[in-house]
Design a protein around this ligand. Structure first.
Ligand code: ZN
Length: 272
């Protein structure tokens, strides 16, 4: 049977002599595995269609689990996501997360549009720490593991101080916090963003400025949440971790010894 779909390449692996198998995220058929013959050959018309992050229209024959590409056309190549070090790392993380968290054949129209928006936002240099956190929220929601944030998971109380419980499924009020001794306190800014992200459509994301300390806690919360409920052990995350630590090293302030010592006189002048 011949299918014709729009899709985004979320995985691309070598297969035999010069071929590739790609996994597409499609709006109507979820994930679709397709063999692209000759994709690795120099003059292949279909090489670009088989590249990670490509958004295109694909026609393929499929009788069993794996399809065979018949023809296709690129709608948006997202080539920027394959250049440099950071963008490919962030985009690969979003792609692998999608691939691992979503079952085959699960209809994924909303997630498809969210992934497309995620790739577009990374291309437009929106803060990847914000883009990815919103996208993670979309993925856990699609997978059925959205945290409960607006009321106590246990008693439904909507006011007061909450702690965040990974195992209980979200917010725990003061009276119920004993139910999970591992529940943690979050900064106000993190609660705010979690609640915002829980309902935010990535297509409507503007440029949000978030403090570094808030970003770090937000990242840790989403990570531990996904580890608790999805347990994916993503390869791309290990790489991203190394990259982000390296980035941190680059912006570290100079050690004290390298700075000019302040004279007494300068200190006095400052005080005036
Ligand atoms: Zn409660």
């Amino acid at each position: 049977m011949l299918y014709r779909v729009e899709g985004i390449v979320i995985r691309s692996t070598d297969y035999g002599e010069g071929n590739k198998i790609i996994t597409l995220l499609t709006p109507d058929f979820g994930k679709q595995g397709i063999v692209v013959r000759g994709a690795k050959k120099l003059k292949s018309r279909y090489g670009a269609l088989a590249q990670l992050f490509t958004y295109g229209e694909y026609s393929y024959y499929k009788n069993n689990s794996l399809g065979t590409l018949n023809s296709g056309e690129i709608i948006e190549s997202y080539y920027q996501l394959r250049e440099g070090l950071e963008k490919p790392a962030y985009a690969a993380y979003a792609a692998e997360l999608t691939d691992r968290a979503i079952n085959d054949d699960e209809t994924a129209a909303f997630l498809f549009h969210q992934l497309k928006a995620c790739q577009a936002a990374l291309t437009e240099d929106k803060d990847p720490q914000v883009v990815l956190r919103v996208y993670e929220m979309r993925v856990v929601s699609t997978a059925g593991y959205a945290p409960i944030l607006d009321e106590c998971v246990h008693c439904g109380k909507q006011e007061g101080d909450f702690r965040f419980s990974f195992v209980a499924g979200g917010a725990l009020c003061h009276n119920c916090r004993h139910r999970d001794p591992g529940a943690i306190e979050l900064m106000d800014g993190v609660w705010k963003l979690l609640r915002l992200f829980a309902h935010l459509d990535l297509r409507r994301l503007g440029h949000i400025t978030v403090k570094d300390s808030t970003k770090i806690q937000l990242q840790l919360v989403m990570r531990k949440w996904m580890d608790t409920h999805l347990n994916l052990n993503l390869k791309s995350r290990h790489f991203l971790d190394q990259l982000e630590k390296y980035g941190e090293m680059l912006v570290k302030p100079k050690p004290m010894a390298d700075q000019e010592p302040l004279s007494d006189r300068e200190v006095t002048n400052d005080a005036d």
